[in-house]
Write a protein of this length. Structure first.
Length: 449
């Protein structure tokens, strides 16, 4: 049977773009369907603009610390609106680069929302397109709770729309988005309350990371409300917001309330049933280890699958899929084990592999833990200290490293190289046998005893 295209990606974010561009490089006739801006969540309302804001916040931290090194600095103000518009212009340039890459690779860009007619046909704005293979890469979107007044709050998407800096903000959530945006607000001068449903943030990570970050955030002036669940939000005549919770009203009237309670799959409107595909209760599309859905010609990657919601994961899965479908690399697939990740908190967090608890549950008394806590040399002349803590999780007689968890300055940059070693099966002895680079924070990982 003849089709209009060999491969159509539904979703012009990281996964979809990576998939069709790689397939096109092998000679496949490809198209990508996107209803919004190219680049998806990461480029437009995620990793990239968030990192710009993190750099701004880190710059503020550096300016405050400059006096420790003899600088006489006066901070005369910070212009949120100016930063926003410079950031937006940068993102717009990236959107253009993605469009140019598609054109260069002869990938057809189709603007609009896709809806399946059958397993080989989709419809966009009244026009039907057929393809031998489809890649669903529509990503996710922020979840908002079903409580009275929830619409008064904004999501992480709304954070990037703020034209002016709010003076007082409540961030509701316990995951990486919540702590990252709370840290940005606080470092740039906004008064922040972090409202956490459980007993601490980052519960899905190694317990050391959540405990250390909670302590650091409290030291920075963030008011943390643990074991608290919002039940309603009310707005007064002046536009200020009050959060009512199962523990009563949170103190203070807020300029903004930011929901960061999780994300759900962006699959509504795809009419997946017509293609014979079912989703789970949150809309995620189940796939096998080869990214295949229940239909042999329809695949899914990225956040829409409910697997590790990281941009590089979506890109890696999509490229490997194209390698297999269009370049004869029949065994090519992504291994979802030992994927490194970073939380751009203040200070940042890096993590890979099993948590201490997971290792204990899986390996019992074969587990041995190594830790190091120290004050970075950057704070040697500072009157206030923020300790760095590192943990290695090892297993067996040869102490194979199955987990590495870093909290503190430069953790984001340190982890990448060590992740390569851990992915290759490094042991504690391998780390010990590596000469330390002194004086650095990274050397602590090869000097632990």
């Amino acid at each position: 049977m003849s089709y209009d295209y060999d491969y159509i990606a539904i979703g012009g974010g990281s996964g979809g773009l990576a998939g069709v561009n790689r397939a096109a490089s092998y000679g496949a006739k490809c198209a990508v369907i996107e209803q919004d801006r190219l680049g998806g969540t990461c480029v437009n309302v995620g990793c990239v603009p968030k990192k710009v804001m993190w750099f701004a916040a880190a710059t503020a931290d550096t300016l405050h610390a400059a006096q420790n090194y003899g600088f006489d600095i006066s901070i005369n103000g910070f212009n949120w609106n100016e930063l926003k518009h410079k950031r937006d212009a940068y993102i717009e340039r990236l959107n253009g680069i993605y469009a140019n890459n598609l054109s260069k690779n002869k990938v057809k860009q189709i603007q609009g929302s896709a809806s399946f007619i059958d397993a080989h046909t989709i419809e966009v704005a009244g026009t039907r397109y057929t393809a031998e293979h489809f890649l669903i890469a529509t990503g996710g979107q922020p979840s908002i709770p079903n409580i009275p007044g929830a619409h008064y709050g904004i999501s992480s998407d709304g954070f990037f729309e703020l034209e002016q800096q709010p003076k007082k903000v409540a961030v509701i959530g316990a995951g990486f988005i919540a702590v990252e945006l709370a840290g940005v607000f606080q470092s740039l001068g906004t008064q922040v309350s972090l409202i956490v449903r459980g007993d601490h943030a980052l519960r899905q990570f190694d317990s050391m990371l959540g405990q250390q970050l909670s302590s650091a955030m409290a030291h920075q002036g963030i008011c943390i409300e643990n074991n608290t669940s919002p039940t309603a939000i009310k707005k007064n005549a002046q536009g200020k917001l009050t959060i009512h919770t199962d523990n009563g009203a949170v103190d203070g009237e807020f300029d903004e309330v930011l929901w960061a309670i999780g994300r759900h799959a962006n699959t509504e409107g795809l009419n997946l049933e017509s293609a014979g595909i079912q989703t789970d209760k949150r809309g995620f599309i189940p796939t096998d280890e080869w990214q295949k859905t229940v239909r042999d010609n329809i695949f899914a990657v990225g956040d829409v699958t409910g697997r590790i919601a990281l941009t590089p994961v979506a890109i890696a899965a999509a490229r490997r899929l194209s390698d297999r479908l269009f370049n004869g690399q029949h065994d090519r697939k992504l291994n979802y084990e030992l994927v490194p990740s970073v939380i751009f908190s203040h200070p940042p967090i890096g993590t890979i592999g099993l948590t201490e608890q997971q290792a204990n549950e899986q390996y019992g008394d074969q587990v041995k833990i190594y830790t190091s806590t120290f004050n970075p040399m950057t704070q040697a002349l500072s009157t206030t200290k923020q300790a760095t803590t590192m943990k290695l999780v090892t297993v067996g007689k040869n102490e194979k490293i199955v987990g590495c968890h870093l909290f503190g300055e430069s953790s984001d940059e340190i982890l990448q190289g060590f992740a390569v070693a851990i992915k290759m099966g490094a042991t504690k002895q391998d780390f010990d046998d590596t000469v330390a680079i002194h004086p650095t924070n990274a050397e602590e990982l090869v000097t632990m005893t």
